[in-house]
Design a protein around this ligand. Structure first.
Ligand code: ZN
Ligand code: ZN
Length: 361
């Protein structure tokens, strides 16, 4: 029997998010129904509601969630009712040209639920990143539900589903930070701090946090930053060079995604260093760099999609790191809120007041 549950929906472009009843179908073949327990509020949710990602309103927002499997559809193996899961927005198909080449983190045909969730009047919803977890229950593809250790509480564990994985993976997978590296991270929000934690765990000798907010820089030291640079009053390129013997960092992670931070990151690298872009730019942004500098400085300019992660492999690892107190997921949680407070969480996010607001259902 399809179920009616409460959900936070962006009904039309730019309009405040509304809590409305939605209809969630029973899981069909390859699908699972998940009772959501907690879901973090991410910038991407705000981008959806502003119409910056697409025009397929209404959007069912929320995509950083943990919960319990309530029912599984025909043919689902490896998951059963009662399993505790974190939801992933990448569920590799196994058959696309990238999966077949052994690079499933670039999968071009990631799995989602086939049946739509709808408004009460039958209007199909577009779930944010194929999840839609600002809802008491949501329907996803089985591959999107990753079983984890139930001793991690959902408010913390859910954060692995997007921001923490993206930042950690940007450092560890995409940037391949290794023992003795110097690392600079621009932007110390949720993603940036996860990159700092990842770099620190990977053995970076020095992890330099760059931001324009002293409060955020303070917080960054809790995640493993060894040095901080406030780029409002200081040239961050010079500052990072000064902190690295005049050379620049081996790996720079741009967790902001603006032309000015990308340019800073480009020049903040040592020769043959790596720049990883994980902050998502707006479509109209442009970057202008002397081509001779791209050539002569060498190294690599990389983009990190979801931390180049493989959720089924990586989520349990991050939960274990959390439970063994090496990765402090609790420190990302600024506040827990109710479903009808998503809109005010967006406002706090825009004012830079929170690392993460987490909706508890
Ligand atoms: Zn694939
Ligand atoms: Zn996100």
């Amino acid at each position: 029997m399809p179920q009616e549950v409460r959900a936070a929906v962006a009904v039309k472009k730019g309009a405040p998010v509304e809590v409305v009843p939605i209809i969630v179908p029973d899981p069909g073949p390859g699908e699972v129904l998940v009772a959501v327990q907690a879901c973090g509020v991410c910038h991407t949710d705000l981008h959806y509601r502003e119409g910056a990602i697409g025009d397929e309103f209404p959007y069912l927002l929320g995509h950083e969630a943990a919960g319990t499997v309530e029912a599984v559809g025909p043919g689902v193996t490896g998951l059963a009712p009662g399993d505790y899961v974190v939801l992933a927005w990448r569920a590799p198909c196994g058959g696309c040209r990238s999966c077949r080449r052994g690079r499933p983190w670039y999968c071009f045909d990631s799995r989602n639920a086939a049946q739509p969730m709808t408004l009460a009047d039958g209007t199909p919803l577009s779930p944010a990143l194929g999840i839609g977890a600002f809802a008491e229950k949501t329907l996803v593809a089985a591959g999107q539900a990753v079983k984890i250790d139930p001793s991690a509480r959902p408010e913390a564990a859910g954060l692995i589903g997007c921001g923490v994985m993206a930042g950690y993976g940007a450092a560890v997978h995409t940037g391949q930070v290794s023992n003795g590296d110097t690392v600079a991270v621009i932007g110390c929000g949720g993603v940036g701090n996860a990159a700092i934690a990842g770099a620190s765990l990977a053995g970076a000798r020095r992890v330099i946090a760059v931001d324009i907010d002293d409060k955020k820089l303070d917080a960054a030291t809790r995640f493993g930053a060894t040095d901080t640079v406030n780029s409002r009053g200081t040239d961050p390129v010079e500052a990072v060079r000064d902190l690295t013997g005049g050379f620049g960092a081996d790996v720079v992670i741009d967790a902001v995604g603006r032309p000015e931070t990308y340019r800073q990151g480009f020049y903040m690298r040592d020769h043959a260093g790596v720049l990883v872009q994980v902050g998502v730019p707006d479509p109209e942004m442009r970057i202008d760099l002397p081509l001779i500098d791209l050539f002569s400085r060498g190294g690599a300019l990389k983009s990190s999609w979801y931390g180049d992660c493989l959720p089924s492999r990586d989520f349990p690892v991050l939960v274990d790191l959390h439970l063994s107190r090496k990765l402090d997921l609790e420190a990302f949680i600024t506040e827990t809120i109710a479903l009808d407070e998503v809109e005010s969480a967006f406002a706090k996010m825009q004012r830079g007041e929170v690392l993460r607001s987490v909706v508890v259902l």
